[in-house]
Design a protein around this ligand. Sequence first.
Ligand code: SAM
Length: 363
Amino acid sequence: MTAVPVVIGMRPSTATDAPDPGVDERGLVDTHGRVHRDLRISLTDRCSLRCTYCMPEQGNEWLARTSILSTDEIVEIAEVAAAHGIRTFRLTGGEPLLRTDIVEVVGRIAAIEGDEGPVEVAMTTNGIGLAQKLPALIDAGLTRLNISIDTIDRRRFADLTRRDRLDDVFEGIAAAAASELRPLKLNAVAMRGVNDDELADLVDFAMSVGAQLRFIEQMPLDIGHTWDRDTMVTREEILERLGERWRLEPVPGRGGAPAEKWRIDGGPHEVGVIASVTAPFCGACDRLRLTADGQLRNCLFSTTEYDLVPVLRGETASAPGEGGRADAIAAMLRACVHGKLPGHAINDPSFLQPSRGMNAIGG
Ligand code: SAM
């Protein structure tokens, strides 16, 4: 069943309003005490792959090009977010490298001063086209990379992504491995009957290029609504499979990170598992999301969005840089944080999958 998103268009706060929700000297703090430091920005819902667990091969309804935020709009939002305590911006999508001005986006966000100095700019990518763009991205200020690779088998890759582009992904990973960006992380969604027999091989591959593999439990976020709790590969199963090849010791000090980590055979290599379904980590979540069409979200699974478009483009929108407009963006960020629930409730019988797929939310 598809949930209908509730789109909230907040009006800007004024001096006469009641106390602003989410105001705290630590920044964007929700009603459960979580301080938000990370904003995931989706730059586009389009992608160079068509992973079966994410989107259909054809007939997907893309966001209208006119609704996609401009670089000026993204930077304006990022500046206000940084002034309110956001320290890491992760660029994602869809596929962020499809954005033609990706180097400019990275450079302009990297130039923002946060409350603790320059902000960090990270990217999650499928790696296609990365090799060509990486030097310019690093020059522009990119500091961290996560590259997604669910299989190292060429035929499987073509079946899973509906594109025969594994060599392009390998090329991107090789370029990242040769760069100074560390830690380098590779993400793989573990799927039964697709790649669950090559989990250890994926870890071996990651270690061979000096990267850390992080397995992601498949989540109910695909456009086709094909997710099935009974067949998903769980954290426990992933650890069992890896345990057949290596001795795994838990790495303490996870903080707000989505991945739990294990040291492999005493180190130095580590492997991570992001177990959003069977071991949710919402209590430490410090993340907000901005969709490519200007909707703020406080959770991947939320059915509520906070619409920044009227603030940026509405009839009464003030000019960029004017106090009123920055205040309105800040008020929306605070409202979004204030509305954050304690957990994502995937495991609750009343859970409704958001109507947006992962590609339009920003993974
Ligand atoms: N195109 C980029 C990439 O491939 O990394 C960024 C966007 S993609 C949506 C981000 C991550 O979300 C990828 O690692 C992808 O495998 C993961 N992902 C997509 N759908 C998922 C799902 N239903 N459950 C778990 N992870 C998913």
